[in-house]
Write a protein that binds this ligand. Structure first.
Ligand code: SAH
Length: 367
């Protein structure tokens, strides 16, 4: 049997390491996902049944329909400002935005007509897929969030923040060090290695962590959340972030590689050919959003949010005029999105808005 072909990114990484020494995990993740020629998202469409993973909007149109209801209700609470920017970070195949736009045309036609769509996407391959999904709609593409023109804003992001690079710290006998990626010449492969000690980089409470312990932060995620918070403080708006992650910072290495539907691939084995993700630290995101100036709510479990937004009622309405095969698909999709032992609890939703707006739907305090 032939050995699998070497990923084109590997010799480039080897050269970089030869020149600069071991590279931080965050730089490795940024290159593996976003290298302009060989990055994972630059070169492929990872979605769909044969792809590496399936996201909520690809599982069921009910996800986007519920998020459209969220947008319409929040827009109402904002006193219906127009024109409005309806924006998405990391829109994948464009399925979510297409479902949201289609639903808004029906339930809030004034919003649908007065909104311009803004897609923040770095991958040329996925941008083409989004253009096809949104053909005929008033849409613009941007490489970065801060390119979205000023004005009232509704922003959604599903499975976006987990793709942003994490910086990792490793507890060694010499103290906390930045975790880096090195070339192991003897083994002929990439390997994790502790970089120089970084005293003070890790919160106090973890000072006593055992040797081998890992602590993660995502400066890219918190910097972006801070920008979003500042924007929501400057103009009316709201944001909804859905992703898998944790409610509070914790020690532990959550960097994972997903390839051919397997979630346990080696993150260093095939740079540029496997998806790399890390759990989102929702406490850090909420903190950065509020430091930027926004009010925040949650996180709540995805299943709770979708239930509060009426996924079951919407399912019943669709089922009333669907074929048996369609009903089966709609029901299994809805079950998957809200499953207590699955996506319904693994995925969390965080909301942020201009201070003074009421709690968004699905985030109301319990009475
Ligand atoms: N939201 C989609 C896709 C999630 S995958 C869904 O739910 O199906 C992550 C998406 O974020 C992809 O579209 C990827 O190309 C994009 N992406 C990753 N890093 C990015 C970055 N730094 N800036 C903008 N888009 C990015």
């Amino acid at each position: 049997m032939n050995a699998p072909a070497e990923p084109p990114l590997l010799p480039l990484l080897r050269q970089l390491i030869a020149e600069q020494g071991p590279i931080p995990v965050a730089s490795y993740m940024a290159l593996a996902l976003g290298h302009p020629r060989h990055g994972y998202y630059t070169t492929r469409d990872p979605f769909g049944a044969r792809g590496d993973f399936v996201t909520a909007p690809e599982i069921s149109q009910l996800f986007g329909e519920c998020l459209a209801i969220w947008c319409a209700l929040v827009w109402d609470a904002m006193k219906r400002p127009l024109p409005l920017r309806l924006a998405e970070l990391g829109p994948g195949r464009g399925t979510l935005m297409a479902d949201v736009a289609r639903t808004l045309e029906r339930i809030a036609p004034a919003l649908a007509q007065g909104a311009t769509l803004h897609l923040v996407e770095t991958s040329p391959v996925l941008r083409r897929a989004q253009e096809a999904a949104l053909r005929g709609r008033n849409a613009a593409w941007h490489a970065r969030f801060d390119e979205i023109p000023d004005g009232p804003l509704l922003l959604v992001a599903n499975e976006f923040f987990d793709a942003l690079p994490v910086q990792q710290f490793l507890r060694t006998a010499a103290g906390w060090c930045e975790r880096c990626v090195d070339w192991d010449a003897a083994a002929g492969r990439l390997a994790f290695r502790a970089g120089p000690p970084l005293p003070g980089a890790v919160p106090h409470v973890l000072a006593a962590a055992p040797e081998g312990g890992v602590f993660e932060v995502s400066p890219a995620a918190t910097a972006l959340a801070g920008e979003i918070g500042a924007r929501l403080a400057a103009a009316p708006g709201a944001a909804l972030v859905v992703d898998y992650g944790r409610r509070a910072p914790a020690s532990g290495d959550t960097l994972a590689a997903i390839q051919d539907g397997r979630k346990d691939a080696d993150p260093l084995a095939a740079p540029g050919e496997a998806d790399l993700t890390a759990h989102v630290d929702f406490a850090a995101l909420a903190h950065a959003l509020s430091r930027g100036g926004a009010a925040t709510w949650g996180p709540v479990a995805q299943g709770e949010l979708l239930t509060a937004l009426g996924i079951k009622q919407r399912l019943a309405a669709l089922a009333a005029r669907a074929t048996p095969a369609q009903i089966e698909r709609l029901e299994s999709g809805a079950r998957r999105l809200i499953a207590r032992e699955g996506m319904g609890t693994l995925f969390l939703a965080l909301a942020a808005a201009t201070p003074g707006l009421p709690a968004p739907p699905g985030f109301e305090p319990l009475r």
